[in-house]
Ligand binder design. Structure first.
Ligand code: SF4
Ligand code: SF4
Length: 107
């Protein structure tokens, strides 16, 4: 059995800008460690869903950043990655002012 891929210290982390993410899930399909998930958005049916990254599991491979058709993913130094597991931008962290973003501990 192949060993699970472990994040290496110092590797960049991917963060998703929720204002640009359309929830297309292209990034979900390419992530080799399956650390991106689509957030359910039943509370906001008129809004696009967004994807989030489980930061501790991101290995910094850049695949999602390269393939995102909406340039919604940025690679940042690990110390600049969001503290939450949501994996969205530090200043955004979710659609600004939305209940979803507030629930994720970001603005
Ligand atoms: S590929 Fe980009 S736009 Fe599509 S779900 Fe991922 S982050 Fe969002
Ligand atoms: S850089 Fe993107 S594709 Fe690679 S492990 Fe991190 S979240 Fe997954």
């Amino acid at each position: 059995m192949a060993a699970a891929i472990q994040p290496k210290k110092g590797r960049p982390k991917a963060v998703i800008n929720p204002d640009s993410c359309t929830g297309c899930e292209v990034c979900v399909a390419v992530c080799p460690v399956d650390c991106i998930d689509k957030l359910p958005g039943p509370e906001h049916p008129t809004m696009n869903s967004v994807c989030v990254i489980d930061q501790p599991r991101c290995i910094g491979c850049f695949l999602c950043e390269k393939i995102c058709p909406w340039d919604a993913i940025t690679m940042v130094p690990p110390q600049e990655a969001p503290a939450t597991e949501a994996g969205t931008t530090a200043e955004g962290g979710g659609r600004r002012g939305s209940p979803e973003s507030e629930a994720r501990g970001t603005i």
